[in-house]
Design a protein around this ligand. Sequence first.
Ligand code: F6R
Length: 341
Amino acid sequence: MNSSGYNKMLNLIFSLPEQFELGLNIGFECGLIKPKVIENVVIAGMGGSAIGGDIVRTLSLQTGSLPVIVWRDYRLPQAVSPRTLFFAVSYSGNTEETLAAYREAKRCKSQVIAISSGGRLAQMAKHDGLPLLSVPTGMPPRAAIGLLTIPILVVLSRFGLYPDCKKGIRDTARLLGRRLHNWHKRAQRISRLLDGNLPIVYSTSRLLDVAAYRWQCQLNENAKVMCHIGQLPEQNHNEIMALSSPRFLAQKGVLIGLFDRTTHPRTIFRFRATLNLCKDAFSRFIFVNSEGRSALARLFSVMIIGDLVSVALAKRRGVDPMAIPKIDELKSMLASYRGKR
Ligand code: F6R
């Protein structure tokens, strides 16, 4: 593999602080009329376009005033109504599940906002006279995580559904700017341990569940490896019985524990006790602690180390972190499939 894919993906990760600034502008500059009544928020998207929704949902659990549902499918949940603030997010603008969800939300007369860099979604939103938050084109969607997250937070805060978030966003961008180089070095060391093993990522606080999921998706798409995730304390009530089975998994797991200051002290004890009880399952274990003040900063600090690990592991394995041929191929197979949309 030549190193151009690796360098491109790495540069995109290092561009996150700028994405935050641009995301702020996109969120503040779009013309929006505040809906009179909003009962819930639904964010529809797939893959790299949906994870920003997960971040917003997680943060809203702590400080937002409404339930946020993240939706990854064609048909919408029953809770969608004219009182729903509905975000349809597709970076390419051409993801069929998201387009179907957009159409259904329109049929339900929800307050629809589209977020995209172009494609069908942008065309439809313009044609339908609905607000469109345009993000710059030319990146893999998963690398546009700042652009696909920050504008949603800003819109929610403009509508009074989320606290003022400008300072938290700028602080997070500064933290990333300061720490990315060190995290990159750490990620390279972690990638050495993961090579040839199964990464098992456990979140220990509900703030970090989405970070564990991001680790998984990035290891899948960038490094092209399987990754297993779980959550403590829940893991202690089921999965603990299954570690190192089937037998070929014994000593093949590298356990990565994600920790935050919201991790309960008894969950820290549980993590250590689990390690003691299940020594056979893991060849190594790694602690990743969140950094920063705000929940947004702490969440991104843990998530981005995972992004950097996935790119470093791609390099070790000689695979291109930018290329996702099977996803592309599947999308073209679906494009020529005439079944009902
Ligand atoms: C590609 C990626 C994928 C896409 C997903 C949906 O970088 O991360 O998970 O995000 O296939 O496509 P979009 O984001 O264009 O709606």
